[in-house]
Design a protein around this ligand. Structure first.
Ligand code: PLP
Length: 492
């Protein structure tokens, strides 16, 4: 094969490369795409019907052995590779599309968004720089606008897509640092670094960011919780003490949808306190900000418009594939100041708002992940996403009702979103024995393959934890969960 070359001459192509090129083109064709799509659709259909185990019974050693081989020097037909994925990979995954998967806060993604991943990778534009993602930048800007409007952030608002909540909260606190310590970018934080206040139930992303920002972990101050939400009176007292002692406060981080129980801090009260003290309020709504799309649940985030920044993960309750996070800010200029860097070879600001999202986001090369959410909104509408969100919450609430009617389980709290912590119990056993039994129960139940849940420590007690992240999960499945757990507990 020969490539024509401008000017009429040509570079002879190596035969080996010509053969490879033919295979690359064959893999770009519809038949190859259909074969990949068949594998994906087959997985979704089988797991979605609840067939087969929820997770793999294989041990870590068995799985490592399955893939332990020398790096392939030569390729093989795509069909062989897909067969290998089917046999060796798909039999070793957690099947989040299975209605009995009720484990971590990772979604069973919406199908239209799953397919969008292929298009995103095919065009492979990088979202950080406008000239590298002309349409993608416009879509990101528009979706951020919609989401800022939902949060009531006003006309100066803006933001960026992120890899998730961890990056969003890091970036938000970086912006808060730029406001509190404008010189920190050039000179570091110095000795009199400010503190960050967060509820004791806050996600570890908060203390991690405090440490990453050079403040030192000890400058992350935990505010006690009451009923699994930040005790606003304790926050008020703490802010007063710090002011009296002359300790500057860089930010308060409130949580909307806490990791353990899905509870919501009182954003209205916390927001007013932050305004009174002129402190940056960041809302970690990675999990719970999606309540904004729901008529029935948006009261849970009342006051969120008082935040200067909001972390919101569509890859949680908006059922996006992983890698779909957002940071929204009330004043986009404050986010731009977080990253004081100039990169003339990439960003071409010429006064006014810079269109390159890279001036306000952490990553350099960044996929156009917004496409997944844009497609989902076009395909299902905000109402469709809200209905799915509300269903997840309804199923968790229904499970809570079902537990109240039994004496072999007790719920630890009424769910405010799609998360419920509960416990198996038996008369005559003390707390320490029940802690151990619940821990073992979760292990043996998950190993059985009939379902998959998580566990955590809540108020000092080992508890079982369910997160409903799959619209296929119905009340019948949570009943099967309770019966399955009870049967397993009987064997312990
Ligand atoms: C999931 C979660 C995070 C972390 O977000 P990632 O998307 O996993 O980086 C932070 N805070 C809360 C409250 C979360 O639920």
């Amino acid at each position: 094969m020969r490539w024509p070359r401008a000017g009429g001459s040509s570079i002879p192509t190596e035969p080996a490369f010509a053969a490879l090129l033919a295979e690359l083109e064959a893999d770009a064709g519809e038949a190859a795409g259909a074969a990949v799509a068949a594998l994906v659709a087959g997985y979704l259909a089988e797991a979605g019907r609840g067939e087969g185990p929820v997770s793999s019974p294989a041990t870590a050693e068995e799985l490592a052995a399955r893939f332990a081989e020398a790096v392939p020097l030569d390729g093989r037909p795509l069909a062989d590779v897909l067969a290998r994925l089917d046999r060796d990979l798909l039999s070793g995954v957690n099947r989040l599309a299975h209605p009995m998967y009720m484990g971590h806060q990772v979604s069973a993604p919406l199908a239209a968004s799953i397919w969008t991943e292929a298009l995103k990778a095919a065009v492979n534009n990088s979202a950080a720089v406008r000239e590298m993602s002309p349409a993608g930048t416009a879509v990101e800007r528009q979706v951020i606008r919609w989401m800022c409007d939902l949060a009531g952030l006003g006309t100066a608002a803006g933001g960026t897509f992120t890899s998730g909540g961890t990056e969003a909260t890091f970036t938000a606190l970086l912006a808060a640092r730029a406001r509190a310590l404008p010189d920190a970018w050039e000179h570091g934080v110095g000795d009199a670094a400010p503190v960050v206040l967060a509820g004791e139930h806050a996600h570890y992303a908060v203390t991690r960011a405090v440490a990453e920002l050079g403040l030192g972990m000890r400058r992350a101050v935990a505010v006690p919780s009451r009923d699994h939400r930040m005790d606003a009176a304790a926050l008020a007292a703490r802010l007063g003490e710090l002011r009296r002692d002359g300790v500057p406060v860089m930010a308060v981080v409130a949580t909307a949808g806490s990791t353990a129980t899905g509870s919501f801090d009182d954003l209205e009260t916390i927001g007013r306190l932050c305004e009174a003290h002129d402190v940056w309020l960041h809302v970690d709504g990675a999990h719970g900000a999606s309540a904004l799309v729901s008529e029935r649940h948006r009261h849970r985030v009342r006051g969120i418009e008082r935040a200067r920044s909001i972390a919101w993960d569509p890859h949680k309750l908006l059922l996006m594939p992983l890698g779909t996070g957002m940071l929204l800010v009330r004043d986009e200029a404050e986010l731009d100041r977080a990253f004081a860097q100039r990169a003339p070879y990439l960003f071409h600001g010429s006064g006014g708002r810079v269109l390159d999202q890279g001036v306000r986001s952490f990553l350099c090369s960044r996929p156009v992940d917004v496409l997944k959410l844009w497609v989902a909104l076009q395909r299902y509408g905000l109402r469709g996403l809200a209905a799915a969100h509300d269903h997840l919450c309804d199923i968790a609430h229904d499970l809570w009702t079902a537990i109240a009617a039994r004496d072999d389980f007790e719920a630890m709290h009424e769910p405010e979103s799609n998360i419920l912590c509960f416990r198996w119990r038996r008369p005559g056993l003390d707390d320490a024995a029940l802690d151990e039994l619940n821990r073992r129960l979760r292990e043996t139940y998950n190993r059985s393959g009939t379902g998959w849940i998580t566990t955590t420590v809540l108020d000092g007690r080992r508890v079982l934890r369910v997160t409903i992240m799959n619209p296929r999960t119905q009340a019948a499945h949570t009943r099967a969960l309770l019966d399955g757990l009870a049967a397993e507990a009987g064997r312990l």
